[in-house]
Design a protein around this ligand. Structure first.
Ligand code: NAD
Length: 369
């Protein structure tokens, strides 16, 4: 009888990472599918899932993952804070493969295959395993809450006996998954919201959330075939900065989420524009890990210029680890289910989802990154 396929849930090595890659509910489903699951001791604790919750559904808890493991799941398996790898296994995780050459070396040394969650194709069939979207939605929500907590004023219109207070004016730059969730969040809190994106298709979505849509007429046709934004020419970038300046100056808060896959984040907020903003204004630059949309952003820090706070959060989903883990785990479960359709550890490269996401096969890079 062939051995059961074993999944190992890694304890995240990055100290600032609070999420876990599989939650007990999905482990239970994997076990019902006939797989074995091992948990690295305490891997779910920071997200709110205890060893006993895993044990109750039939998981073995180990101090160190055994070398029987076929599939390792993680949020960030190749963290710069190190890791231990099970030779010859398949790692399913988000990675920083586009910027970190060391990953390929580690995979070569350990004969690892890698399915990188950030390579999910943006097609309808892949939505249920789209961790970019599930986590970006949390990022947008949290960015809205940072605005609410750090502004020196109310977000909604307040009509009180002591006078009327106008609603906060919030500008959201980039209306992908994170931007739209940020719009929805501050809108629910009562802000006067304006959204901007270079993809004209985003206009309809911005308006459907009750926000105003602004667009720069010169920037037509800014979308690739894959629904993503195109990087702008120098001339277009300059006209964008000019166009946005007056809206940024008027805003009480700016949430910037603009990005282009595989490229540095476009610069949309100049230092000289910040100097014209109202004191007490807030910028939350969620594109900080990609270099930031704002010239003054510092990753993982809050910078204050002229009494304007500029946040450069490095990992907002990790700040809401319970729900972030639940949705990430569901993405991972759906991926494993797709992979093991024939109950075998064979990669069906005719499936466009697996073909796009299997970035390293047995230590060899198979996708140009
Ligand atoms: P993203 O994180 O790549 O980018 C965020 C937003 O920034 C995008 O809306 C982009 O247009 C915008 N942007 C880029 N450069 C800009 C600039 N210079 N100025 C202003 N805005 C700029 O986006 P995402 O959230 O990953 O979504 C990307 C696309 O994929 C969207 O069209 C989205 O609807 C689509 N999508 C499809 C699926 C699916 O079908 N499975 C799932 C999720 C997202």
């Amino acid at each position: 009888m062939s051995e059961k396929i074993t999944v190992g849930i890694l304890k995240e090595r990055d100290k600032s990472e609070n999420r876990v890659s599989l939650v007990p509910r999905d482990v239970n489903l994997l076990i019902k599918m006939g797989l074995s699951v091992e948990l690295e001791n305490g891997a779910g604790e920071k997200a709110g899932f205890l060893n006993k919750d895993y044990e109750n559904v039939g998981t073995k808890v180990s101090k160190k993952l055994s070398d029987k493991i076929n599939i390792i799941t993680s949020v960030n398996a190749f963290s710069s804070q190190g890791n231990s790898y099970v030779k010859n296994s398949l790692v399913i995780s988000t990675t920083n493969l586009r910027n970190d050459n060391k990953i390929i070396e580690i995979c070569k040394k350990n004969n690892l295959s890698v399915i990188a969650m950030e390579f999910v194709p943006r097609i309808a069939r892949a939505q249920k395993l789209d961790a970019l979207s599930s986590q970006a939605s949390i990022t947008g929500y949290k960015a809205g809450l940072i605005v609410a907590n750090s502004l020196n004023k109310y977000i909604p219109l307040m009509m009180t006996a002591a006078g009327t207070l106008l609603p906060a004016n919030v500008l959201v730059l980039g209306a992908g998954v994170a931007g739209l969730q940020a719009i929805a969040t501050v809108k629910r809190l009562g802000a006067d919201v304006t959204g901007y994106d270079i993809r004209l298709a985003a206009g309809e979505e911005i308006r459907s959330l009750g926000a105003k849509f602004i667009s720069n007429e010169i920037l037509q046709d800014s979308e690739t075939d894959g629904d993503y934004a195109k990087e702008q020419s120098k001339k277009n970038q300059k006209s964008q900065l000019e166009f946005l300046k007056e809206y940024i100056i008027k805003a009480d808060a700016v949430i910037s989420t603009a990005s282009i896959p595989g490229r540095p984040a476009p610069k949309l907020i100049e230092k000289k524009t910040i100097q014209l903003m109202k004191p007490g204004s807030v910028i939350v630059d969620v594109s900080a890990p990609l270099g930031g949309n704002c010239e003054c952003t510092k990753l993982g820090e809050m910078v204050i210029i002229n009494n304007i706070k500029i946040f450069g959060p490095s990992n907002l989903p990790s700040e809401m680890p319970y729900d972030a883990s639940i949705v990430y785990s569901k993405n991972i479960f759906n991926l494993i289910e797709l992979l093991l359709q024939d109950k075998k550890m064979e990669m069906n490269l005719h499936d466009e989802i697996i073909d796009a996401m299997l970035v390293i096969e047995k230590g060899k890079k198979r996708i140009r990154v």
